[in-house]
Structures are given as C-alpha cells and as structure tokens.
Design a protein around this ligand. Sequence first.
Ligand SMILES: O=C(O)CCC(=O)C(=O)O
Length: 317
Amino acid sequence: MHDTAAHILENAPLRYRISRKLNLFLAKKLKVPRVPAIRIARTVNILAKPFTQIHRRRAAEEIIRQRAASKPAVAIDKREGYAFTSPKDVPEITAAIAQAAEIYRTAAEKHALERVEGGTSRKAFMMQAAEGAAMSRHTDIMRAALARPILDAVSEYLGEVPILGNVTIMVSVPNTTQVGSQLYHLDFADEKQIKLFIYVDEVTSDNGPFTFTPISVSNDLIKAYGYDRGRLTIEEVEKAVGAEKEIQVTGPAGTALLCDTSRCLHYGSNRNKTTRVVLLIQYVAHAVPEQPPAVWPVEDIATRIPLDDIQRMALTV
Ligand SMILES: O=C(O)CCC(=O)C(=O)O
C-alpha cells in the first residue's frame, strides 16, 4: 500500500493541516496573492513550534561555517535557485536509480502504478510507482535522499536544516496534452523549497524533459505577465525572454538537478513520446505552509542507515 498525498495529509501533525487550510482559504476564498498568503500561513505554523525553527537555523549556520572552509561538492546558487549534480559528487545516486528502476518495473508489471490526483489538472499524464513514508524501506533511495552533500547544500540554501518532504517515483506516460504542470508554473508549497530530480533513464527532448527558468528570468516573467498562481505557456515565456533563457534538462540516467520550484518557473512531461521515470526528492522548511511533509519511521530507518544528527533532523517533523 503506497502513501498517497491524502494519506500524507491525514498523518501530518496538526500545525501542517491548519497552515495548509489557512493558506488555501486565503488564496481561494479571500483571493490573497501567493506570497502574503504563504507568509501568513507559515507564521501560524512557526508559532505552533517556534523553537524548532531556531534549532534548525543554528544547525544550518554551523554547516555553512564548515562549508565556507572547504569546497563543497554540491552548492545551490542562491541568486538563481538551482544546481546540477551527478553520481560523481553524490555516489549514492547510482544505487538509488537502480532501486527506483526496479520499483518502477515491478509496479508496471503488476499494473500497480497509481494515478496522481489533485492539483489543478487531472494529471492523466502522470503516475507514480511509490511515494511518501512507504519509500522508507527502499534503503538505497533513502541513502541518496539523506546524502550529506545534498542536505548541507539545501540547508545553506534554505538557511535552515530541511525536512525531507516527500520521495516519489514520478512516471510520466506518453501524452499529447499541455495542461497543469506541463505548463510553466511555480509550486505554492512555500516561498522556497528544493526538489531534487534524478533521471532514472535517459531523458531526451522527446520524453518530456524537466524545463525551467532560473530565478532572475522567472522574476522577469512574473513582472511581465503579473504572474501569481496560474500557468504560462511555453510560447508566452519564449516571447517575453527568448527560448535561450529556458533550461531544458536532458541527459543520461543519473542526471540530477536541484531546483527551487517555488521560485523557478518550470514545467515537464509535456507531450512525451516515451515514458519518463524520475526519482523526485523534495526538501522543505520545517514550517512549510502548504504541503505537509511525510512522517518518516526514523528509528526503523536508523536500523539500516547510520543517521547523524542532521539526517535525523531531516526525517523529523
Ligand atoms: O517534470 C515534470 O513533469 C514537472 C514536475 C513538476 O512540476 C514538479 O515536480 O513541481
């Protein structure tokens, strides 16, 4: 039995359910713009557990101090909101994609792929092989999700040690549509977050590559179109800033991108000709207002992966 988004929501501590409801109420009923709505909802979440954020910030400061004295293997550009990485910098990626490929193959054989519901579209183009706390038994994937070069880079970027929000094997099937997340959008979970996209198989321009614009370009587009929560078409983006500003992520299995999908406009799975399988790992701030994080079985994971304090923090809401 996989964890669906609804299951994650039900299991989330109360403060996440309240901040999510508040954010949706502000957005949908009161038509409050995205950023102020997120800030109000996040404040309520922080107030419910104020010392957690302080603790996470202090831990991040220490990580940042240590990183300043070395050359970190992974670093996310704060002005542009993304970084590429690879199995060379994070060797755990190699075993993680082998495990993700196996989970996908087994689910496909058993016809056990689940359709992704919710969001602004029915997402007929998107399935998942597994997600949430159910992923915790897949040790190789968890090792990659908890790899310190990644957690440290995200801690530096967010200014606090993150929570591992979710781990998903995202399967986009061949399609001819251009709806929902197949068009340029920002994620509304928070003002910033990091998603790590790891390609399980080769991705070419034929199978719906993840495509984004860095923060500076996204900010120009937000201004040009008065973008708040909707979608922008590829044509609109290309008309305003030029196709050369778009970063289309193609590459062999193991190609990995850390991207702030709350600040970089992005889309993917747009008119794939063949199936695309991506291991998607999400890191959020502890008071993420909109998307409750999965609740991980920390002690069970600790029997298989020796966890340090930072990795435990990433698994604890
Ligand atoms: O690559 C894709 O299909 C887009 C995914 C997306 O929009 C997201 O994960 O936020």
